[in-house]
Design a protein around this ligand. Structure first.
Ligand SMILES: [Mg+2]
Length: 260
């Protein structure tokens, strides 16, 4: 098995004996294959954005998003980013040109709150219509059940919005996982590479940092968490095993089965 020699024999980590009370989980690359976000979620939003906009243009939520987008577009024009033209000559043209602007932002992977909000609404509809199913690795449900039996609190910290997180876990291929989850954090609490974000999270959880273990596939995030005293585990999923595990001082797991 190529890459297998990278990992030591399976060693079970007993969290409760380490005085851990809560597990904080990253999503992409930890509970969920990276490909789900890039090959399923983003293309779904792309495919449906124009039609969604057209159908919901006069709804309050879309109106709010459009107002945010208008300001953002003005800024883009001012900083010479050359976004597509915002055409106000008719309602039809305006809807079409906003659609083009949104696709342009997606191409640029622009960090836009308005775009994120609209994507969330499009995904919500997709999940509700069963056109989307949140993907989690097969070891996730048994781990959630096992950890909850041990009275460990489970929370999510992802750069995807809290709405997107709740949708993914409530409509997952392993069923509704939200009853296992006690909380959700997104970048509203701070960026994932900033130690302060983890301090705020511990405070919100009313726990001391060493009582929390953070699971992520990203060494920079784990470094930030560790600086605050949180325990950390680096998740290297077997599908990623062809890549060498990143060098770090975080203990590696390849499956949640290793955590009791
Ligand atoms: Mg990740």
């Amino acid at each position: 098995m190529p890459g297998a020699e990278v990992f030591p024999a399976l060693m079970i980590i007993q969290l409760t004996s380490l005085a851990v009370k809560s597990i904080l989980l990253d999503v992409e690359g930890t509970t969920t294959p990276m490909e789900f976000v890039y090959d399923v979620l983003f293309p779904f939003a792309r495919k449906n954005v124009k039609e969604y906009l057209q159908r919901n243009f006069s709804s309050g939520e879309v109106e709010k998003v459009v107002n945010m987008l208008r300001k953002e577009h003005e800024n883009d024009v001012a900083r010479w980013a050359e976004p597509p033209f915002w055409d106000t000559s008719s309602k039809e043209n305006e809807v079409r040109s906003i659609g083009n602007y949104l696709l342009w932002m997606m191409d640029k992977d622009k960090k836009s709150t308005a775009l994120k909000r609209l994507q969330g609404k499009i995904w919500e509809e997709g999940y509700e219509r069963n056109e989307l199913k949140g993907e989690v690795y097969p070891d996730v449900l048994p781990a959630f059940q096992r950890w909850r039996k041990e009275n460990l609190e489970l929370r999510i910290y992802s750069s995807g919005s809290v709405l997107a997180q709740k949708l993914l876990f409530s409509h997952s291929n392993a069923g509704d996982l939200t009853p296992y989850l006690q909380g959700y954090f997104d970048t509203n609490i701070g960026m994932k590479n900033a130690p302060d974000s983890y301090r705020r999270i511990s405070k919100e959880m009313k726990l001391n940092s060493p009582e929390i273990v953070f699971l992520s596939d990203n060494v920079v995030e784990l470094d930030a968490a560790k600086k605050t005293g949180m325990k950390t585990l680096l998740c290297v999923r077997p599908t990623d095993a062809y890549k060498p595990a990143p060098l770090s001082d975080h203990r590696i797991i390849t499956s949640f089965d290793e955590i009791q």
